[in-house]
Design a binder for this molecule. Structure first.
Ligand SMILES: NC(=O)c1ccc[n+]([C@@H]2O[C@H](COP(=O)([O-])OP(=O)(O)OC[C@H]3O[C@@H](n4cnc5c(N)ncnc54)[C@H](O)[C@@H]3O)[C@@H](O)[C@H]2O)c1
Length: 378
């Protein structure tokens, strides 16, 4: 190969590490995957054996002068400390989302990456995938005329514990800051919005948790049916304004039994519906006055390509060009969620002064037939 592959290691050998290791090892020639570590040695050992790489400790990864790029695939509450150690070791870092839990932590990571002159980017990288790049291609070519509005909704069930044994996850990921849905699925939807329209300029909305005190529902969990406190917002409803008069509304919530999602862009000439931005191959449906049709995917990475963001970083490193994944874009997502939280707590909203009585429902007693009008009498 003309370009020297970038020696890469992974910290965190949990659930999502499999697809990353698979792709980094076998799919991207620009990556030379050498090792994996985890707090739980056995997890790192198992993944190292499976993918024919070295089981390492965090310290071994950070002190290896040959390793240039390290992926932080730990859970959200560990992101800050682990990314910080990677950056301080002078290595480029790709972290799973979200970057960290607070803007102060993000600012500190920014300071270190600048001081060390290394790249620091954050998932999701799904916006580089086929469906999201194809939809951008169609919208940029004007297939729906001028885009005016994006409407996003995601409902899903409560983000439950991963396993009974994973106490760290129980303590920090779900209950504490950073474990709620805005910081998890929110990242995918926001990154696709940014991919389509650039940075949001203004935002307002509400961010809260429907029922903060709730019982553990997993019968296999030692605290089954005991209550715990969800100290992180678990639903977000945001209104955004982008450049060029584009608006977006986004509702993302993990307080529902039904899992459903939609991502629709309304243009002056037509509308486009794209799939879940968590996926690489979502369907794209175009609606024009003449009818509705499915559009073909035009771009690569239609299969599960997690790790494509790290490959993108590696290519940008070797080619001396800017990476499509940037610290700034991830920070923008974090900033947006924080801004909505501020709106909620500081009431940066117009309070409506008038009130009215909700109309009484129509009676069901006179359903259908000739006597329908009776329902107005009741
Ligand atoms: N699981 C998914 O479907 C999925 C999908 C996309 C993204 N993600 C993201 O990927 C990240 C990891 O998720 P996961 O599901 O694999 O979590 P996980 O809990 O299964 O794995 C995280 C691993 O990190 C290890 N770890 C924690 N702190 C560490 C440290 N300081 N040093 C070394 N290892 C450490 C843990 O021991 C654990 O094995 C999260 O940010 C999550 O949001 C997960």
């Amino acid at each position: 190969m003309k370009f020297k592959p970038v020696k890469t290691a992974v910290i965190g050998a949990g659930m999502i590490s499999g697809i990353y290791l698979e792709n980094l090892k076998n799919r991207f020639s620009i990556i030379d995957l050498v090792g994996v570590s985890d707090l739980v040695d056995a997890k790192a050992q198992a993944q190292a054996e499976k993918y024919g790489i070295r089981k390492m400790t965090n310290e071994e990864i950070l002190s290896d002068p040959e390793i240039e790029l390290v992926l932080n695939l730990t859970y959200a509450s560990a992101h800050y400390e682990v990314s910080k150690s990677i950056l301080e070791a002078g290595k480029h870092c790709y972290s799973e989302k979200m970057m960290c839990l607070t803007l102060e932590e993000a600012a500190e990571l920014d300071r270190i990456r600048r001081e060390k002159n290394v790249m620091f980017t954050v998932a999701p990288d799904t916006f580089l995938g086929s469906s999201q790049q194809s939809s951008r291609y169609y919208i940029d070519m004007g297939i729906i005329g001028k885009p005016l509005h994006a409407d996003i909704a995601l409902s899903r069930g409560y983000f439950m514990l991963k396993s009974d044994a994973d106490d760290a996850y129980r303590k920090y990921s779900v209950v504490r800051e950073g474990g709620g849905i805005p910081y998890d699925m929110g990242g995918y939807y926001l990154h696709q919005l940014f991919n389509l329209f650039g940075p949001a300029r203004r935002v307002c909305g509400f961010c809260d948790t429907h029922a903060a005190n709730r019982p553990y529902l997993n019968p296999r969990h030692s605290s089954f049916e005991e209550n715990f406190f969800v100290n992180t917002p678990n639903r977000i409803c945001a209104s955004m304004k982008f450049d060029n008069d584009i608006t977006a509304s986004m509702y993302i919530s993990s307080e529902h039994k039904v899992t459903e999602n939609s991502f629709k862009i309304y243009g002056t000439e037509g509308n486009i519906e794209i799939g879940d931005p968590n996926d690489f191959d979502g369907k794209i449906t175009l609606s024009l006055p003449s009818g509705t049709s499915e559009l073909p995917l035009t771009h690569p990475f239609a299969s599960n390509s997690r790790g494509v963001g790290a490959a993108e970083m590696a290519w940008s490193l070797r080619l001396g060009r800017k990476s499509r994944l940037t610290y700034e874009m991830s920070y923008h997502a974090l900033e947006l969620i924080e801004a909505v939280r501020d709106c909620t707590s500081d009431m940066f909203v117009k309070e409506l002064k008038t009130d009215f009585e909700r109309p009484a429902p129509i009676s069901r007693d006179a359903y259908g037939g000739d006597c329908e009008e009776r329902s107005l009498y009741l």
